[in-house]
Ligand binder design. Structure first.
Ligand code: ADP
Length: 398
């Protein structure tokens, strides 16, 4: 050890309370003794090491793993604040308290700003034990927080990995299942065409069931494939005009709109960043559902957007059958439906696709509804730099 004042000292006490390893950076032996005494008197069983320069400090740091560093501000061969550089360099989170003869308030504040935990004047050493206790407490809280953050980060990483694996599985499964299923569907269809009425009645029925099942499975698998395709291999994002997208969607839905007598009112919509086809899919699923789940009267649907902070809040509202609040979350899960296929056709994937698209584009989607009193589907998307010409209203009557 290079420092002349180096000593490894164990203070004995009749009733040792809290064991504490202290590294003291101090050139004055008397001051060092007073500091240690102040701690000892207040219930610390101190194991201390006293050093005066950087070399001694680094060596003692490695040899003794101190829990707290007490450093004089001015030393003949070193500076107390340099302790922080060494601690940072070593990647150590050890509280460092300045213990100094005189330290102006401005200097003290600056030292704390630079990373010192606290400071105590040598003529006020009675404060030292409490300052040390607080520093140790804060360090423990920091380390617990750090552990919790690390645990959370690990969990998030695990979840992301398992999600990616699951998505890959859904994609491969739905993609690879298509081909054999196509064969099953084609041959059951052929069977029913060629052998209808040539076997017995039961056989006709069974072949019919098999053929219908295969066709339904094809639809489910295509839906699942569409779901797992969202966000795969980075769909390019462009600026899209939602007014144009909606116009196309309303054209696609034209016959359904006419058959149901629906009226769709649209307020001028903003420009957003995303994939045009996906955005169209969102509007088409939401408007399609608003028509499908209509009540006794013809559907009255409203589509509008308003600015909410740095996001656009889109709404698609209807006067249909509504959704009980306890189902408001389930309906966004793949294949979750609230009705049988005989009541309302569908496979239960439309809203799951909407959720995936919106979340992939940095937004959120939810529904506000009550059974029997219509639904309002809401989703957010981040504002883009190009969307400053919004606000004019117009109504499209179809
Ligand atoms: P699908 O329409 O094929 O059933 P979705 O994922 O689009 O699948 O919707 C899931 C379920 O959410 C629907 O089965 C229905 O019960 C409910 N739902 C969706 N949109 C509406 C709506 N506008 N009004 C009432 N219920 C709705």
């Amino acid at each position: 050890m290079s420092s002349a004042g180096t000593q490894l000292e164990r203070q004995n006490s009749a009733q040792p309370k809290v064991r504490l390893r202290v590294l003291l950076v101090e050139d004055n032996a008397l001051d060092a003794a007073l500091v240690l005494r102040a701690l000892f008197k207040d219930g610390f069983d101190v194991v201390s090491h006293v050093v005066q320069d950087e070399e001694g400090f680094t060596e003692a740091l490695h040899a003794n793993s101190p829990e707290v560093v007490l450093a004089d501000y001015n030393l003949p061969a070193w500076k107390g604040m340099e302790v922080l550089k060494v601690l940072r360099h070593e990647g150590l989170d050890i509280p460092m308290i300045l213990v100094s003869g005189a330290l102006g308030d401005v200097t003290a504040v600056e030292c704390i700003r630079q990373g010192a935990t606290d400071y105590v004047l040598k003529d006020g050493l009675a404060r030292l034990p409490e300052v040390v206790r607080r520093a140790l407490r804060e360090k423990q809280e920091r380390s617990l927080r750090h552990q919790a953050e690390q645990k959370l980060a690990r969990k998030v990483e695990e979840l992301a990995r398992s999600n990616a694996a699951l998505e890959q599985f859904a994609y491969v499964a739905s993609h690879d299942l298509q081909e054999p299923l196509r064969m099953v569907a084609a041959y059951t269809q052929l069977l029913s065409e060629r052998y209808h009425g040539r076997l017995d009645e039961d056989a006709d029925k069974f072949i019919g069931y098999a053929s219908e099942g295969a066709q339904r499975m094809q639809v489910l698998i295509q839906d699942l494939l569409a779901f797992s395709r969202v966000g795969r291999s980075g769909t390019a994002k462009t600026k899209i005009d939602c007014n144009l997208v909606l116009k196309e969607v309303l054209q696609t839905l034209e016959s359904t709109i006419q058959e149901s007598g629906a009226v769709v009112a649209v307020t001028e919509l903003p420009l957003v960043s995303g994939d045009r086809t996906q955005m169209a899919q969102v509007f088409q699923n939401l408007i399609g559902n608003a028509i499908k789940f209509r009540g006794q009267v013809p559907p009255a649907i409203r589509v509008w957007a308003e600015k909410a902070g740095d996001e656009w809040l889109f709404s698609v509202s209807d006067n249909g059958i509504g959704i009980a609040p306890e189902h408001a979350k389930n309906i966004f899960v793949v294949f979750q439906r609230l009705h049988s296929r005989s009541e309302y056709p569908g496979s239960g994937i439309g809203l799951a696709i909407c959720k995936k698209i919106i979340e992939y584009n940095g937004g959120k989607i939810w529904v506000e509804s009550q059974t029997g009193s219509g639904s309002s589907f809401k989703f957010t998307l981040p504002c883009t730099a190009l969307d400053d010409e919004n606000g004019k209203n117009h109504t499209v009557k179809v």
